[in-house]
Design a protein around this ligand. Structure first.
Ligand code: G3H
Ligand code: 13P
Ligand code: ZN
Length: 326
């Protein structure tokens, strides 16, 4: 068996303290997914420059794409890079949407400081049992755990029609008590990807179910709540993508004012992946179209990285409120 690595030796922190401060302070910690070097450089640069705590997320797709060991070493390099930039910010390395005990265990043993066990597709009893098993193992290593109750609609689903997928407030207190989780992801109308709502001509995005959020908060006062699927799908990126040869008609996300409202409540972690993908795609398309003879990836990926830094600073400063909280 490979040696067990403690996240503390890598300069990482778990999410306990930063969540407590975020709940008390009425802001949210950004959780950005990364799959490659330029994304990671952009996240660290933007979070150091805005003095924001940050959660670096690794998904199953990221592990398949870039290799788990590679990503972990990259995250360690990122911690070092942040230090060399002269400002200490809390950095969490988090498993996004873990789907088994074994996966969570292997991430904990390889230096992750936080894991999500996503049992939201299981029966309630099975979700409780699996989450409890992960929590017991994680807490023995001082690693924090995110659980999930309620299913986020898939990108093909009719979000507004699927009432049954929203988190049921009556379950949250029992779930938190029985599992011992440190934070809870809930479903209040967001979904993953760039096509979150199917809107007919003239329709606007339906508001998130803040009533469900309020009911959950009432049952578990002060407990850290997590919002997945929180990209805003900024129209300027969709327009650039379409202008430079892409085809993303109908792409729509959660308006930023809704996220501001969520961040000011018990929502203390906001997951953003698609917005970064859109920024990168828009800038790569634009660069290549405007510079047809260029073939150095550093040029077009560099342009994408610059835009990603701008986007992340914008999120931290004007949407999540995490800037200056490191
Ligand atoms: O929750 C989903 C994240 O956006 C990660 O997606 O599995 O395609 O990397 P992925
Ligand atoms: P988006 O697709 O809205 O960026 O959501 C990302 C996410 O929830 C990662 O877990
Ligand atoms: Zn998610």
């Amino acid at each position: 068996m490979a040696d067990v690595v403690s996240y503390k030796d890598l300069g990482l922190v778990n999410s306990r303290e930063i969540f407590r401060k975020a709940v008390d302070g009425g802001y949210a910690i950004p959780a950005y997914n990364f799959n490659n070097l330029e994304q990671l450089q952009a996240i660290i640069t933007a979070c150091v420059e805005t003095r924001s705590p940050v959660i670096l997320q690794i998904s199953k797709g990221a592990r398949n794409y870039a290799n788990e060991t590679m990503l972990r070493y990259m995250a360690t390099g990122a911690v070092q890079m942040a230090k060399e930039m002269g400002v200490e910010i809390p950095i969490v390395l988090h498993l996004d949407h873990g789907d088994s005990f074994e996966l969570c265990q292997s991430c904990i043993e390889s230096g992750f400081s936080s894991v999500m066990i996503d049992g939201s597709h299981l029966s309630y009893a099975d979700n409780v049992a699996l989450t409890r098993q992960v929590v017991d193992y994680a807490h023995a290593h001082d690693v924090t755990v995110e659980g999930e109750l309620g299913v986020l609609a898939g990108i093909e689903d009719e979000v507004v029609a699927e009432k049954s997928t929203y988190t049921q407030p009556d379950e949250v207190e029992d779930f938190v008590k029985k599992t011992g989780v440190d934070s809870l992801a809930i479903s209040i109308g967001t979904s993953h990807g760039a096509y979150k709502f199917k809107l007919k001509e003239g329709e606007s995005v339906p508001p998130l179910r803040f009533d469900i959020l309020a009911e959950c908060q009432k049952r578990i006062p002060g407990f850290p709540i997590v919002l997945h699927g929180a990209s805003s799908v900024l129209p300027e990126y969709v327009a650039l993508i379409n202008q430079y040869g892409g085809k993303m008609d109908g792409a729509v996300g959660v308006p930023e004012d809704q996220l501001r409202k969520a961040a000011a409540s018990a929502v203390c972690k906001i997951n953003i992946d698609s917005d970064g993908r859109l920024a990168v795609t828009a800038k790569v398309r634009e660069y290549l179209q405007n510079n047809p003879s260029e073939f150095d990836p550093r040029k077009y990926l560099g342009a994408a990285r610059t835009e990603l830094i701008r986007l992340i600073k914008h999120k931290n400063e004007t949407v999540l409120g995490s800037a200056g909280k490191a």
